[in-house]
Design a protein around this ligand. Structure first.
Ligand code: XIL
Length: 531
């Protein structure tokens, strides 16, 4: 059993049911909000044009930022939020944080209000679909500087402009969670200001959780840290559950000393427009890690997925790739231990063994060496990895990977190690531990470190799952060049093994903790392998 976890949200000294409005702006944190700039007058919001791109690389869902570390409300009945705004843009009130993946964003219930073309435009999401269930335009000749009101009253949501009600819609349970989180957006590159944000009614202001978590004896990390040779252990981590799910945060702090940002450092999130960087969520993950003595394995600089559409269509790919590496690796230098510099470059079906992705098409195979050289120049202290899937097994992918990294080493390319992802999505993908060991040894002979970078084992057979995780951990412990072991998510509740492109999301079964955070046999096997 995990110890009970309490008192994480710091409740500001605001009595419930206070009649006086509560200030959500001054003295509150809007500085960790992507696209926002906080000043004495309020907050300036600039449209980041952040999108989720689907597997066909098309924009499939807007991904407007949410102020994950800023003020949020606990509400216990009717309440009203008043926002003084100047210019065109939108404010979005969410009942929960969206859970964001590379190819989809699970939309929680929310209400968006904004001024466009002299009207108050509203949209309502019900948490059952990506699309709003209702949109409407209210009012006329709404001035550019105005106070917008959103009132939750009984089973309705009422909207006002400068104190005058302009329309109302049925409430679809937007705030039945008892929470209100704030997000904002604007058309790409355009800005507007929020100069006042107040709430009245049965509300309490909550602020970001304390990042520091308890350490416990006998945890996975404690067991790993007691070894004579350090092997980092941990998981991929996403910002939304880290902020909003106390069990997720507590487990991560207790159990891991090495984490990988699951998606929050990928290009579509950190460079949504060319030259416009948005690091708020990734910075928050790094801050959490540092507060808990956790190392960060950063992921990923060069890949062919999770790209903003502008990057895919840019004519000058080499400049784009090198600028991205310099900006992103430069931003995190000194705060992250390692980088996945190039992700998934292998395609064993091509005669050169390489994936002919957009970077390859622009620069040829040399894009890989250029990426590593630029990463090394930018952050000389980071340990640089190439990360690949399917190469822990014998066969063409392994052969192609081995030839590639051998050549890179021979050419003096600054590559330090190889990440073997170790996804086992089906019974046909189970890899014997001794095959993995053989590959770790072969890479050691080339002077390369190895890490198990993204392990997950989809199966309802918890014994088979435990065997796969445990044996792999044992080999990693035993082989001197195996430096780390991270699973791809840790609870079945979230992560790429849950089915999240339907409502409600369906939990997966591939990870060491169940959807209710019960450690599975796989967890015990991971710890036992280090005793
Ligand atoms: C996964 C993410 O976890 C998902 O959220 C996303 O929808 C698909 O990609 N190899 C990688 C990871 O290097 O970045 C991928 O992450 C899984 C495969």
């Amino acid at each position: 059993m995990l110890p009970l976890f309490t008192a994480l949200l710091l409740v500001a000294a605001v009595p419930a049911a206070s009649a006086a409005p509560v200030d959500l702006l001054s003295g509150q944190d809007w500085s960790h909000f992507a696209g926002a700039e906080q000043s004495a007058d309020g907050v300036r919001i600039t449209g980041l044009d952040r999108w989720i791109t689907d597997t066909d690389y098309q924009r499939s869902q807007a991904n407007p930022p949410v102020n994950v570390l800023g003020p949020r409300l606990a509400v216990t009945g009717d309440f009203q939020v008043d926002a003084k705004v100047s210019g065109s843009g939108s404010l979005q009130l969410y009942g929960a944080l969206p859970i964001i993946y590379d190819e989809w964003r699970q939309e929680p219930p929310s209400v968006r209000v904004g001024v466009t073309g002299g009207k108050l435009a509203i949209a309502v999401w019900d948490g059952k679909s990506d699309k709003p269930v209702q949109t409407a335009k209210f009012g006329s000749a709404v001035p550019a500087t105005t106070t917008i009101g959103v009132k939750h009253v009984g089973s309705e949501l009422a909207f006002s402009v400068d104190g005058q009600q302009v329309g109302k819609v049925a409430d679809r349970g937007a705030f039945s969670s008892g929470q209100v989180w704030f997000g904002a957006d604007a058309p790409a590159g355009q800005s507007w200001s929020l100069t006042s944000l107040r709430a009245t009614g049965k509300v309490q202001v909550l602020t970001a959780p304390d990042w520091r978590q308890n350490k416990v004896a006998g945890s996975w990390r404690a067991t790993a840290e007691a070894l004579p040779r350090k092997v980092g252990v941990g998981s991929a981590i996403a910002i939304a559950p880290l902020v909003s799910d106390d069990r997720y945060r507590a487990t991560a702090g207790e159990q891991f000393d090495l984490i990988t940002p699951e998606n929050d450092m990928k290009p579509q999130f950190v460079q949504p427009r060319r030259g416009v960087f948005a690091f708020a969520e990734a910075d928050a993950l790094v801050d959490f890690a540092r507060a808990n003595d956790i190392d960060v394995h950063a992921h990923t600089l060069v890949w062919f997925e999770a790209l903003p559409t502008w990057m895919r269509s840019a004519p000058d790919k080499k400049t784009v790739m090198l600028d991205h590496i310099r900006a992103v690796a430069g931003h995190f230098a000194g705060r992250v231990k390692e980088w996945d510099v190039v992700n998934e470059p292998i395609n064993e079906d091509n005669s050169d063994g390489l994936e002919h992705n957009l970077w390859y098409q622009a620069m040829g195979a040399d894009y890989i060496a250029q990426a590593f050289r630029t990463a090394r120049e930018t952050d000389p202290n980071a340990v640089l990895y190439l990360n690949e899937y399917g190469a822990e097994a014998d066969g063409g992918r392994w052969q192609a990977l081995y030839s590639l990294v051998k050549k890179l080493k021979q050419n003096g390319v600054p590559i330090d190690g190889v990440g073997l992802q170790s996804h086992e999505y089906s019974a046909g993908e189970r890899v014997p531990a001794e095959t993995f060991r053989k590959h770790v040894k072969a890479l050691n002979a080339l002077g390369l470190k190895v890490r198990v970078s993204e392990m997950d084992v989809s199966t309802s057979d918890t014994a088979v799952q435990a065997k796969q995780f445990g044996e792999r951990m044992t080999v990693c412990r035993q082989e001197p060049n195996c430096t780390g072991f991270t699973t791809w998510g840790f609870t079945d509740k979230y992560g790429s093994t849950a089915t999240v492109n339907q409502y409600p999301a369906v939990p997966g079964n591939a990870l060491p903790w169940s959807a209710s955070y019960k450690p599975k046999k796989a967890y015990t096997a991971l710890v036992d392998a280090l005793r």
